[in-house]
Write a protein that binds this ligand. Structure first.
Ligand code: 6GU
Length: 253
């Protein structure tokens, strides 16, 4: 089965949006993945197709009604649908590369995009939707976040990228920011390319790139650097240590 994304939104015209261009767009045309964006308003109530109401307890903004969301979900997601249901919200846990890798291996995703102040809490709970955020800033709705999440998954699908971003390269920069890149001309506006890159010494180039990746991570992203270091230490530890038994000396450098 082809990887299938279903999006529930008040703005279906935002899809595929930027994903219709470039590699994901080509892959969509080739049938390597499938996208259905549905308008939640089609399930709105009354003559005005209302989807939201004022918050109990007062306050600013509007809240999307649980009954409307539930009906929209039921219409576009079969009871036996194995795809994870994700609600895009700045209250969610932060999206990671590991999420994208896991979801890319699965059958696809159902993405629920909120507007206004968000969804009634009860329908989040009753559907078991996973709440995901794409960063610590506030967007006007979940749609751009859904596009970001989809892009992160799509580039990992077989055949979507032309074999670029190979497994070797990913393990080389495992948990690190990328090293800087250079191309012709070798000198430009008085700036030379680092000489090692012109040396033809592939061992030295590998070491230089590794150093630059580590430096960048340490200085720009101390959070990633700390995670990388603890991963590195865990990798050196024996399986017995990982289970919490008494520490023994680890082997090797
Ligand atoms: Cl998923 N939604 C909105 N509205 N804002 C966000 C977000 C999501 N992730 C970061 N900011």
């Amino acid at each position: 089965m082809t990887w299938h994304a279903t999006v529930l939104t008040l703005f279906p015209a935002m899809f595929p949006g930027p994903l219709g261009a470039s590699l994901a767009g080509r892959a969509l045309e080739e049938g390597l993945w499938r996208l259905d964006a549905h308008d939640i308003r089609e399930h709105g109530l009354g003559r005005h197709r209302n989807v939201d109401d004022t918050p109990f307890g007062g306050g600013a903004g509007m809240v999307m009604r649980p009954d409307v969301i539930d009906t929209a979900l039921a219409a576009h997601r079969a009871p036996d649908d194995a795809r994870p249901l994700i609600y895009l919200t700045p209250r969610g846990r932060l999206l990671t590369q590991a999420d994208a890798a896991r979801w890319a291996k699965g059958p696809g995703l159902v993405l629920l995009c909120g507007r206004y102040e968000g969804l009634d809490q009860r329908v989040i709970e009753s559907t078991g939707a996973e709440e995901v955020s794409v960063g610590d800033y506030v967007l006007s709705g979940g749609e751009p976040a859904a596009l970001v999440l989809l892009d992160a998954c799509l580039r990992l699908l077989p055949g979507v990228m032309g074999g670029a971003g190979s497994a070797e390269e990913e393990s080389f920069t495992d948990g690190l920011l990328e090293y800087p890149h250079y191309t012709r001309p070798a000198e430009w506006q008085g700036r030379a390319v680092p000489p090692v890159l012109l040396s033809g010494d592939h061992g030295a180039i590998r070491d230089w790139r590794r150093d630059r990746a580590e430096d960048a991570t340490r200085t720009r992203r101390p959070d990633l650097w700390a995670a990388h270091l603890s991963q590195r230490m865990a990798g050196r530890r024996s399986p017995a240590d990982a289970t919490g038994s008494v520490a023994t000396a680890s082997a090797g450098p």
